[in-house]
Design a protein around this ligand. Structure first.
Ligand code: NAD
Ligand code: WQD
Length: 361
């Protein structure tokens, strides 16, 4: 790496080899206005795949191939203080998009310390490195989970957070938001945009990168697509006695490419004169779909049957959840444009071409 390349302004993307991170890297590199930035990815590969004969994780290798642009990759844990300091010293980092975290809700109940270590200690170590190197611009991956049980729908950003959260994972996202608010109170140099994602689904429209969960998927969409492709036998529907359109849980599913573009818009806000402090923004479509509606849409898009069986409710699940997305439009000039059919079509393009995920690349 020659010095000239390295010292170009850079965006540090933690967890950039993961699902949302890789699509955001793609989105940044696809856009002509982002060419001024180098992309630096830090990921410890706990939930991302690299083949034995490659230096880079598969999704990043594919993105480089598709865009013809280079990604600087470091296999590093965000809790590695010295490693982070070296990266901040080697690159001219302007802002950080912080995806790196453990995200399995059920696992977090079994392993709270691991989750608080990675998601909270890791995040604090990252913030210390940022402050040490004078980097105060941050986009954070938050979640609708911080709202807990909705008091009213749609959920807007003024809804209380942190009450009755069902898991250490959810609390880790809430605590990180509180830490970022304190940082912003302590020093006006901080500019923090906490993007509260609703339910990210889908894949890049090319079908070349997508979601590749390790083991049995926890989330609905990868479960449906693995049933459709024949990897799993049937979908278990967690309850059909909720007060919703058909009794099954309703969620605000958002296409991962729309979500990725939300991050590109967020970064642009940093250039706005006078912008500072902590801002939480919902990223969703504003529309909720039930589990059965998702299955029907996926069957239409894939032409495959998705056998299902109704079972009991899953602990911690809420009946319905969808976003008020008006702040995202006002503040970021962003709104989701892709439809449920797009979400299903692109998931199927990815899953059918890669039944075993990135191992099939
Ligand atoms: P993911 O697991 O695909 O990506 C996270 C990446 O971070 C992985 O590549 C993993 O290897 C890496 N990582 C984990 N711990 C790390 C550590 N200590 N140091 C360095 N790298 C580490 O998950 P995702 O779905 O892309 O989620 C990205 C972010 O968005 C997470 O912060 C998650 O909490 C948040 N989020 C996700 C969803 C969702 O449903 N996917 C919803 C709301 C919020
Ligand atoms: C969606 C619906 C299930 C699987 C999770 C996290 C949340 C956020 C997004 C990170 C629900 C039903 C699911 C299955 C089913 N992540 N379902 N059978 O629980 O809304 O949100 O991901 O921040 O924090 O909790 O998403 O995809 O797991 O479930 O019936 O095998 O599908 O009950 O109604 P959820 P999900």
């Amino acid at each position: 790496q020659d010095a000239e390349t390295i010292m170009a302004p850079a965006i540090l993307v933690t967890g950039g080899a993961g699902y949302v991170g890789s699509h955001t890297v793609m989105s940044l590199l696809e856009r002509s206005e982002s060419v001024e930035f180098e992309i630096v990815v830090v990921d410890n590969l706990t939930n991302a795949y690299r083949s034995d004969d490659q230096k880079k994780p598969e999704p990043l290798r594919i993105i480089e191939e598709m865009t013809g642009k280079k990604i600087h990759f470091y296999e590093l844990d965000i809790r590695d203080r010295e490693g982070l300091n070296k990266i901040f010293a080697a690159h001219s980092i302007e802002c950080v998009i912080h995806f790196a975290a453990l995200k399995a809700v059920g696992e977090s109940v079994e392993k709270p310390l691991e989750y608080y270590q990675a998601n909270i200690s890791g995040t604090c170590t990252l913030f210390e490195a940022m402050r040490k190197h004078g980097v105060y611009k941050l986009v954070y991956s938050s979640s609708c989970t911080v709202y807990g049980e909705p008091e009213k729908l749609p959920l807007d950003e003024s809804h209380p957070t942190g009450q009755g959260l069902a898991s250490p994972y959810g609390r880790s996202k809430f605590f990180c938001e509180e830490i970022m608010k304190d940082l912003c109170r302590s020093d006006p140099k901080w500019m923090v945009i906490s993007l509260r994602y609703f339910n990210p689904v889908g894949a890049h429209h090319s079908g070349r990168i997508g979601e590749d969960p390790t083991g049995i998927p926890n989330n609905l969409m990868p479960f449906i697509s693995q049933v459709a492709v024949g990897r799993l036998k049937e979908l278990l529907v967690f309850g059909n006695d909720y007060p919703t359109i058909d009794g099954t849980g309703v969620r605000d599913y958002i296409h991962v490419e729309d979500l990725a573009e939300g991050h590109v818009k967020a970064i642009k806000l940093f250039k706005q004169p006078g912008f500072s402090g902590f801002h939480a923004v919902n990223l969703g479509t504003g529309t909720g779909y039930s589990v059965l509606q998702m299955v029907a849409a996926f069957e239409r898009a894939s032409g495959r049957r998705v056998p299902l069986r109704v079972t009991g409710r899953r602990a911690g699940d809420v009946a319905a959840n969808y976003a008020d997305v008006s702040l995202a439009l006002r503040l970021l000039g962003w709104r989701a444009t892709r439809t449920l059919a797009d979400m299903c079509r692109h998931t199927w393009a990815w899953q059918s071409a890669h039944p075993q995920g990135f191992r099939d690349c």
